[in-house]
Write a protein that binds this ligand. Structure first.
Ligand SMILES: NC(=O)c1ccc[n+]([C@@H]2O[C@H](COP(=O)([O-])OP(=O)(O)OC[C@H]3O[C@@H](n4cnc5c(N)ncnc54)[C@H](OP(=O)(O)O)[C@@H]3O)[C@@H](O)[C@H]2O)c1
Length: 225
């Protein structure tokens, strides 16, 4: 069992931006053979790309037919947080929001030929939800429960998840400095996170041979503040 990524094959679904891209670059720098998958991945030095819309189960299956056997699967694909107060519930929209961050994860885990670890992405919305976060928090809770259930069902394959707090990334759009500043002031560490800091958590979970069913929170102290 290898506890380094040197020579390991890693597929990162949602690896073209933000947390996924930082993880892809860190894994590549650690010696891994990395493939990133998203709708429109930009070429990256030393990283293979594959285009797929992960909300299409057939596209997910095709992706893994092409990528072949991998050592580690990382799933970071996601969309901007969409608030929805329960008084304004749009049931179809709520169902759609579960698509990419929950049902496509099921598709990917089913289709992947993976030998060593799967690392999923949840978030601290499940621990510290604000008003309007009911659906977003539920998605995070579902991914956390899924992580633990898969860790049991797929053992000895290891299945873990990273739970980031607010991180500076394209997810929040180009005009998010005020949000970062406002959120940062409320945290024990007095700032939001950087994608490279979250990437370290994915690398740790890929290479820690006795971690499974673990939800690794990296949030500058958000959940204890
Ligand atoms: N940033 C934060 O503060 C934060 C905090 C907690 C949790 N999270 C979660 O962490 C994950 C990553 O966030 P991030 O900040 O890295 O977001 P990001 O920079 O917006 O990256 C999202 C990635 O998902 C891909 N993607 C989106 N829709 C897709 C689709 N239909 N099919 C395939 N790929 C798709 C995007 O690539 P394409 O556009 O090329 O498809 C991109 O690579 C998300 O689930 C997010 O909710 C983020």
């Amino acid at each position: 069992m290898k506890s380094t990524l040197d020579g390991q094959r890693v597929a990162i679904l949602g690896g073209s931006s933000g947390i996924g891209l930082a993880t892809a670059q860190a894994a590549r720098d650690a010696g891994a053979e990395v493939t990133i998958v998203s709708r429109k991945p930009q070429a990256q030095p030393g990283i293979a790309t594959h285009s797929a819309d992960l909300t299409d189960p057939e596209a997910v299956a095709d992706t893994f037919r092409e990528v072949g056997e991998i050592d580690h699967l990382v799933y970071t694909a996601g969309e901007p947080l969409e608030l929805m107060e329960i008084s304004a519930l749009d049931r179809d929209r709520a169902r759609t929001l579960f698509g990419l961050r929950y049902f496509s994860v099921l598709d990917a885990v089913k289709a992947a030929n993976v030998t060593t670890s799967i690392t999923l992405t949840t978030g601290i919305a499940k621990d510290r939800p604000g008003p309007g976060w009911a659906v977003a928090a539920s998605i995070c809770g579902a991914v956390e429960a899924l992580t633990k259930a898969l860790a049991v069902e797929l053992a000895p394959l290891r299945v873990n998840a990273v739970s980031p707090g607010v991180v500076r990334s394209p997810l929040w759009g180009p005009d998010a400095e005020q949000l970062y500043s406002d959120v940062g002031k409320t945290l024990p560490l007095q700032r939001v996170g950087e994608v490279e800091e979250i990437a370290q958590a994915y690398l740790y979970l890929m290479t820690q041979p006795w971690a499974t069913g673990t939800i690794l929170t990296i949030d500058g102290g958000t959940v204890i503040a």
